[in-house]
Design a protein. Structure first.
Length: 390
């Protein structure tokens, strides 16, 4: 008698067999969507750059990883570091000066930005130069910097930089004497020290308060870059701009990725994320410079007076920057326990010099060209098999 299974058993096996056959078929991987909290408003340079990042990441991963951007929602800038640490967002723009004790090494590197004021090259590309220098130093030359972020359950990725910081004022500033007794809105310790050195007073105000402070005479100048003439409407109250002083740019930002998210990616996708990040840092920095050039021209055409600082003020400012380098090392050693601060600064200085030289000679037609340079010089050199996993 043949060994035939009962009909009910054969009917049971059929779908099981089909399932087994299907299990051997390789199906497309389900796309992973990452949430990106910007902390900046829609249609800002940061928002536009984030859209570029999302597009590039989807492109290089063939849609395996997508990004949903949250402009001015999910997390604000004050909440960003803890929010990325706790996984509220997978990626977020962390401005490290908001958190001085969590990111002392990155903040020290950012305070060195006034090294740009010691060099007359790369005019109009200072932000592009320092964005590259910050990325190179933090990613490739500063293990302590990486550890600061890892302790916050994040990894650092470069975010970009603003154009050169200048004096946006309601009266002319040309000589050292013009600064005495003035009140300057400042956005960092280095600019506050610069103001004090010249007998002025540094005032801390949020960006949203600057317009009213200038309009009502609470401050005489704000130390900011030209895009803020448009971003905050300052061109309506600023009457005088002094170019080239005090110098420096704002570069203290990280496009931080939650550590668990980073570690959960394949090595290929970590590399893809870095590739897309090179486009974000280039796009943001390029847009800031483009918007700044536009707003500066509009301000000048509307009657704002443009001043060059006197030789005496320029030389005195450069002397201050040289002296301030040692002060930065001492401050971060004593206040934040940064070890070998002077040695780290000496590593940073030639990197800044390298990027000033690169930006002075590079043929750049658009943000894509800048992204290629950032990728070749910095992000392609990150060891994705070990970064953030040690």
């Amino acid at each position: 008698m043949p060994n035939v299974a009962p009909k009910w058993f054969r009917n049971y096996l059929l779908p099981a067999g089909v399932a087994a056959a299907l299990s051997s078929v390789i199906l497309p991987a389900q796309a992973t969507e990452l949430g990106y909290a910007l902390g900046f408003p829609p249609n800002s340079a940061a928002d536009d750059a984030a859209k570029t990042f999302a597009s590039k990441l989807a492109e290089v991963t063939d849609g395996e990883i997508t990004v949903r951007n949250y402009a001015m929602s999910l997390l604000n800038l004050a909440e960003m570091s803890d929010g990325i640490r706790d996984g509220i967002a997978d990626i977020g723009n962390v401005l490290t000066p908001y958190f001085p004790r969590q990111y002392p090494h990155a903040n020290m590197a950012a305070e060195l930005t006034m090294l740009l004021a010691l060099d007359s090259r790369a005019v109009g590309r200072q932000g592009m130069a320092y964005s590259g220098a910050m990325g190179e130093f933090l990613l490739l030359h500063c293990d302590d910097c990486s550890r600061d972020f890892i302790q916050q359950q994040q990894i650092y990725l470069p975010m970009g930089a603003t154009p050169e910081y200048q004096l946006l004022c309601t009266q002319p500033i040309v000589t050292p004497d013009d600064l005495k007794g003035k009140r300057l809105r400042v956005a960092g310790a280095q600019w506050s020290r610069w103001a004090s050195h010249f007998g002025a007073t540094g005032v801390s105000l949020s960006g949203n308060e600057v317009y009213e402070a200038l309009d009502q005479g609470v401050v005489d100048c704000t130390v900011q870059s030209n895009p803020e003439l448009g971003n905050f409407g300052l061109k309506d109250v600023v009457t005088d701009i002094t170019t080239g002083l005090p110098g420096g740019v704002f570069s203290a930002g990280s496009m931080s990725v939650n550590l668990a998210v980073w570690q959960g990616l394949s090595t290929d996708n970590r590399s893809h994320l870095l590739k897309a990040a090179s486009h974000l840092m280039a796009d943001m920095t390029w847009r800031y410079q483009t918007y700044g050039d536009r707003d500066f021209e509009e301000a000048r055409d509307s009657g704002v007076n443009i001043h060059q600082p006197s030789d005496a003020l320029t030389q005195a400012s450069r002397a201050f920057v040289e002296e301030d380098i040692e002060r930065i090392a001492e401050n971060y050693s004593s206040q934040y326990g940064v070890t070998n601060a002077s040695e780290k600064i000496e590593i940073m200085r030639p990197i800044v010099e390298k990027w000033i030289r690169l930006m002075d000679s590079a043929e750049l037609e658009n943000a894509e060209d800048l992204a290629d340079l950032y990728w070749q010089e910095v992000l392609s050199k990150v060891d994705v098999a070990t970064y953030g996993l040690q």
